[in-house]
Design a protein around this ligand. Structure first.
Ligand code: ATP
Ligand code: MG
Ligand code: MG
Length: 429
């Protein structure tokens, strides 16, 4: 893909936008772009540089992404809505053509890495609640204030951010959480390796060297270990990746969302709206809590991946109402006229709260509460799903589970279900 029309090859130390940005290390990539950590010499901060492939269809897609990101930034001048901020944009000409570049605020690792580095065990429910709150504030902003549907919500597209209050510690406030492999951590938990002050000084030195010898610039690399147990850190995150986002009245594509996070109305081609994001949100929340994807459909003998997906949904959520099942443009591919799947006849029903108890060993009360919060979001009727604004009012998000804390610090204590008398405390904003 590093050819004409494709990616732009970047080396550590390369400069962009007339020397303003210096590439430091690769952060990620997608089908359309590579993303690099870069040092912004003008503001003396780190930024993420998303460099698009150069062919016209990729440039077109980047222009759309920039348009969405610009309206996201314009509507949130104080940058408090838990969505990534576009800082700048420019064109960069290289051997493979002209590449549109987006400069984004630099964020930490994704929730996918967080799940991975927690060894797919599922996070403490208090952390899940905090993460959910951030995502919902972001979604409420996108949906209600901007009329934008994200359409590709998944753990990979939610990135951790610093929890340090800039008014209290301006130097550390632009540090971001980078997850280290758990093996090296004597505490057995996740450690956070933070890009810190020292790294910033090194970057400045590197920048200073540029004017002299272009080839002597090393990457600033990782900071010396500043490790902290994740348990002590407040979890916050932001929604990223607006490449597939659209305005509700201007859908871009019929098929949206990454498979595992795809809503039934998209599979059935019944039309979609903001509530499709709410379905994906519920899938993410369950994945954070259990460590496993809620739906991972596979094609089998005599049935497609889509049909398996619909079957998995019904096994968890009950039979799809006939009207909904047969109401989509693609319904005939999967359902007969009675609203039964054509090729998968026997379903093994298991409700979400039972699944949480039996498979994931949740206490009865934790399972019940989580299921009560999430099941309405997994309604087959999209218009019945609560909005992000309504979710934010839900008691599950606004109570902190104290019993869990006690279990964590006292490993000999059994986690006991104390039923209705479980201690819950209100958390402030
Ligand atoms: P493509 O559009 O090319 O298919 P994509 O849409 O998945 O790719 P993004 O999700 O925006 O592109 O970025 C790809 C990856 O780069 C992310 O999953 C993340 O690891 C990293 N990344 C993106 N933006 C940032 C950022 N602001 N800070 C830190 N890392 C980022
Ligand atoms: Mg992405
Ligand atoms: Mg994208």
């Amino acid at each position: 893909s590093y050819r004409k029309g494709g990616y732009h090859a970047v080396r550590v130390g390369d400069s962009f936008a007339g020397g303003r940005y210096i590439a430091q290390r690769k952060l990620g990539w997608g089908e359309f772009s590579t993303v690099w950590l870069a040092y912004d010499c003008r503001s003396s901060t780190y930024v993420a540089l998303k460099i698009q492939k150069s062919a016209p269809q990729f440039a077109q897609a980047a222009l759309h992404e920039i348009e969405v990101l610009s309206s996201v930034a314009d509507g949130d001048p104080s940058n408090s809505k838990y969505v990534v901020r576009l800082v700048d944009q420019f064109k960069h000409t290289g051997p493979n053509g002209q590449h549109l570049c987006m400069v984004l605020e630099f964020l930490g690792d994704s929730l996918l890495r967080l799940i991975k580095y927690n060894r797919y065990k599922g996070l403490d429910l208090n952390k899940v609640k905090k993460i959910c709150k951030c995502i919902l504030i972001g979604l409420d902003y996108l949906h209600r204030e901007l009329g934008i549907i994200h359409t590709d919500l998944k753990p990979e597209n939610i990135l951790l951010i610093s929890t340090i209050d800039p008014s209290k510690d301006p130097i550390k406030s632009d540090l971001v959480p980078i997850l280290e492999k758990p093996e090296g951590n004597p505490n057995g938990g996740i450690t956070i390796n933070i890009i810190e002050k020292k790294l910033k000084r090194r970057a400045r030195r590197a920048v200073a060297r540029i004017s002299g010898r272009q080839d002597s610039i090393g990457g600033v690399g990782r900071s010396p270990k500043v490790e902290r147990c994740l348990d002590g850190i407040d979890m916050r995150c932001k929604v990223v990746d607006f490449g597939n986002a659209c305005w509700e009245n201007k859908p871009l594509a019929e098929e949206i969302q990454t498979r595992q996070y795809r809503s039934p109305e998209v599979i059935l081609r019944s039309g979609y709206s903001f509530s499709a994001d709410m379905w994906s949100f519920a899938c993410i929340a369950i994945e954070l809590a259990t460590g496993e994807m809620m739906f991972s459909p596979k094609a089998g003998q005599g049935y497609t991946e889509d049909e398996d997906h619909l079957a998995l949904m019904m096994e968890l959520l009950g039979k799809m109402p006939r009207k909904i099942a047969i109401g989509g443009a693609s319904s005939k591919d999967y359902f007969d006229r009675h609203g039964d799947l054509k090729n998968i006849r026997r379903l093994k029903y298991c409700s979400l709260d039972r699944l949480l108890v039996n498979k994931y060993k949740f206490s009865d009360i934790d399972a019940r509460e989580l299921a009560e919060f999430l099941c309405p979001l997994l309604d087959f009727a999209p218009e019945k799903r609560p909005t992000a604004q309504q979710c934010l009012q839900h008691p599950w998000l606004n109570t902190m589970d104290v019993t869990q804390k006690a279990v964590k610090s006292e490993p000999n204590l059994q986690k006991v279900d104390v039923g209705m008398s479980k201690l819950q405390i209100k958390v402030g904003k």
